[in-house]
Design a protein around this ligand. Structure first.
Ligand SMILES: NC(=O)c1ccc[n+]([C@@H]2O[C@H](COP(=O)([O-])OP(=O)(O)OC[C@H]3O[C@@H](n4cnc5c(N)ncnc54)[C@H](OP(=O)(O)O)[C@@H]3O)[C@@H](O)[C@H]2O)c1
Length: 243
């Protein structure tokens, strides 16, 4: 997959990591559909802006018809709420499953024929190491990310026949405004060693897609993957903050 000359679609492009992915794609010479629930918030020169809510099938169908030349689908946008499975708001937990799992799945189901018509192409799902290790502060997110990992592996199998690369980006911490706000609430701070600069992570992600990697890991993601052979672990944010 060559990013230069590709046609990409990014969900949740109005802010956070999605914005950085969009900018890096444009820098590398891709045509980019930058999608957002509130498209008026996307102000990235050169991006083609489309409205998209990944929990709304009509919205997904409209975008898949308009963006019929896509050969790189990036599923980034999702609920970044915080909830515990036992005591958290049930609606917030539902939103996480609806976006991380069903939103990603519905986007892939809508775009699989588009990718097939355009030569196979690639899908990049933005996961999290919490797919592999729960996190006390947000057990619901971890469950949703685990489900999204399973779905990523499943669609990889099902789309192999049409030549679609299905990659997972599995990072630990991304220094977006959302994470920085959460850090303020917890009082934790993280060094640059463990908290990804979003622009640098966007470069790592697209390098991985260009290299055909199925799992693209940062250092904390690689640690979590290596620990999978042992007993289930939690992502200890307080310990990471001391590094
Ligand atoms: N930040 C981290 O430390 C971290 C670590 C690992 C993985 N990740 C993953 O990286 C991705 C981006 O995270 P981030 O920190 O950049 O988050 P963010 O800044 O909170 O942005 C989330 C984006 O998702 C969009 N979104 C939410 N629900 C949506 C829906 N129903 N339809 C379409 N778009 C929707 C939001 O749109 P609105 O502006 O309309 O709300 C926003 O653009 C997420 O998948 C997250 O799980 C983040």
């Amino acid at each position: 997959m060559h990013i230069h000359g590709a046609t990409a679609l990014v969900t949740g492009a109005n802010r956070g990591f999605g914005r950085h992915l969009t900018e890096e794609l444009l820098r590398r010479g891709a045509k980019v559909y930058a999608t957002a629930r509130r498209p008026e918030l996307v102000d990235i020169p050169g991006a083609r802006v489309l409205p998209l809510d990944i929990t709304d099938q009509d919205s997904i169908d409209a975008v898949s018809r308009t963006a019929a030349d896509v050969d790189l689908l990036i599923n980034n946008g999702a609920s970044t709420a915080v909830a515990s499975l036992m005591n958290g708001d049930r609606a917030a937990i539902g939103q996480m499953i609806d976006t991380h799992f069903f939103g990603t799945l519905d986007m892939i189901r809508a775009f699989a024929p588009v990718l097939a018509r355009n030569g196979g192409g690639a899908i990049l799902n933005v996961l999290s190491l919490t797919a592999w290790t729960s996190v006390e502060a947000n057990t619901a997110l971890a469950a949703a990310k685990s489900a999204q990992w399973g779905l990523t592996n499943g669609v990889r199998l099902e789309l192999a026949g049409q030549g679609t690369l299905v990659s997972a980006l599995v990072p630990g911490l991304i220094g977006t405004a959302t994470l920085r706000e959460a850090m303020k609430d917890t009082g934790l701070t993280f060094s640059a060693e463990v908290m990804n600069d979003p622009a640098a992570l966007a470069r790592l992600a697209l390098d991985g897609v260009e290299a055909g990697e199925v799992e693209i890991l940062d250092s904390l993601g690689a640690e979590a993957k290596a620990a999978l052979a042992g007993p289930p672990r939690t992502f200890d944010l307080a310990a990471v903050a001391t590094r």
